[in-house]
Write a protein that binds this ligand. Structure first.
Ligand code: GLC
Length: 478
């Protein structure tokens, strides 16, 4: 990845990929392992970032934080006023177009199989009915509270569950609205708890209890939950040497890092009492509570030997901001193929507007992806990486029965197959391949160590769909 690309992708507190993929702790709970394998077969999920701040069309939460970064500038100069107005967004949040069934239908037809929704982001606003705060969508001061669908997280989970999605709760460990995290007695210089935890351990304990209680609510009253996706990796246990090391490498903005031990063993154990087999993703915190890794806005450049997921927004932002450019359908399909060929899952974020719908572009992208999946999804679901995972513009996947798929990623304007395709040093179960979506068969021929396929002109011009074409070399069972 070039340094320019890297800069662009490291939006909103993202942790660099080298750090994220450093350490994986294998799972030993058989129920978690089972669910993790099921989850790995799903490949494609939907993430949504949504909160009252979408009314302003700004980056989620981060403008509340005094770290002075270009990507989270405040629109007004006076912080105190800003914070007051930001908090007040609760009083005008009324997403009357909210229709989770429409979203679930669109996501399902795009081939998505799981959903992760922001129940609470760093700003602390609860998109669920927590009894531990009034900073929530169901509070009497929020106009949406009287809507029958006011418990937004519950409605989303129920609708997607009906369509057999796995259900994931995004939950921010930091809570910039809680007086136990950002104590009003002090200023809020950065993302961390703004008081000395060693000096006020009782206050921190209250925050730990508050967090545990809110997660308990989500694990108890919201039906079957499959994934607890915990964000805010700076809220974690740190030993003194680790703090020292962090201080040296972190940007000058977050020097107030301290041991913000949120008691993950307790969170995981209690949650799994209610939700056996729950996948816990304590993002970017190396340790046993990060059951899969989550490179953010980045795709690793090789296969990784453990479960992982790239999360990425359809636009450059996680949250709704007006007039942002959507990634093209081609780009999104190519990302999905590339990620799956490397053994990962793709969690694609769509940000609803303040009225409670997606922008038309999001539906258009989902429809395009769905049409492609209609023909090609067998090369995606339940596949495993095969070496090489890629040769030039061709990505490879395989099924347990040894069926091998070669997916050719066509560039913009490339509307027919190339005359000849090099498949590299692939191990093929057979040399005859079917082109998915057609009745056409072609042959792979060995040229030295490599397999190659030649396409006659008549075939090259006759391939349905666009974006990417798949050759299927059927395995033993066929
Ligand atoms: C980053 C951002 C956060 C966002 C998350 C999604 O951690 O800081 O705002 O929710 O990415 O992956």
């Amino acid at each position: 990845m070039s340094s320019e690309e890297k800069k662009e992708s490291l939006h909103a507190g993202a942790v660099e990929i080298e750090k994220v993929i450093k350490e994986y702790y294998p799972v030993d709970d058989p129920l978690v392992l089972k669910k993790l394998r099921q989850w790995q077969d799903l490949k494609f999920g939907l993430l949504m970032h949504w909160a009252p701040s979408s009314q302003w069309g700004i980056v989620e939460s981060w403008s509340l934080c005094s770290e002075d970064e270009d990507w989270c500038k405040r629109k007004i100069e006076n912080y105190t006023d800003y914070k007051k107005q930001y908090d007040g967004l609760k009083k005008t949040f009324n997403p009357v177009k909210f229709n989770p069934q429409k979203w679930a239908d669109a996501a399902k037809s795009a081939g998505m199989k799981y959903v992760v929704f922001t129940t609470k982001h760093h700003d602390g606003f609860c998109m669920f009915d927590s009894q531990y705060t009034d900073y929530k969508v169901t509070d009497a001061e929020c106009p949406f509270h009287s809507n029958p669908k006011s418990n937004i997280a519950k409605e989303i989970f129920n609708e997607f569950r009906k369509k057999d999605f796995m259900i994931g709760a995004y939950f921010s460990k930091p809570d910039w609205h809680s007086d136990y995290f950002w104590w009003q007695r002090f200023a809020t210089p950065d993302r961390n708890a703004n008081y000395d935890i060693k000096k006020y351990p009782e206050r921190w304990q209250k925050f730990v209890d508050f967090t545990q209680n809110q997660i308990d609510e989500l694990m108890t009253d919201y039906g079957k939950i499959d994934i607890l996706w915990l964000d805010g990796c700076w809220v974690r246990h740190f030993s003194e040497p680790e703090i020292e090391a962090e201080r040296k490498i972190s940007s000058s903005n977050i020097h107030r890092i301290q041991n913000q031990d949120i008691n993950m063993p307790q969170i995981a154990t209690n949650s799994r009492k209610k939700q056996p087999g729950l996948i816990v993703v304590d993002r970017a915190v190396p340790g046993p509570h990060q059951n899969y890794l989550t490179p953010e806005n980045q795709v690793p450049d090789k296969t990784l030997p453990y479960p992982w997921e790239t999360c990425m927004p359809m636009t450059p932002s996680w949250s709704y901001e007006p007039e942002l450019e959507y990634k093209s359908s081609r780009k999104l399909i190519h990302l999905l193929v590339d990620i799956v060929a490397k053994g990962g899952n793709f969690l694609l974020n769509i940000a609803p507007t303040a009225e409670g719908d997606y922008e038309p572009e999001a539906y258009e992208r989902l429809k395009d992806i769905g049409e492609w999946m209609e023909i090609n999804s067998e090369a995606i679901y339940s596949t495993h990486p095969i070496q090489p995972y890629k040769e030039g513009k061709v990505c490879f996947t395989q099924l347990n029965d040894k069926t091998v798929y070669a997916i050719y990623l066509a560039d913009e304007g490339e509307d027919k197959l190339p005359a000849r395709l090099n498949l590299g040093e692939l191990l093929l179960p057979t040399t005859t391949a079917e082109i998915l979506g057609t009745k056409i068969s072609v042959r792979a021929i060995k040229n030295g160590k490599n397999y190659e396929v030649e396409f006659p002109e008549s075939i090259r011009n006759n391939i349905p769909n666009k974006y990417a074409w798949t050759l299927k070399f059927s395995g033993i069972a066929k």
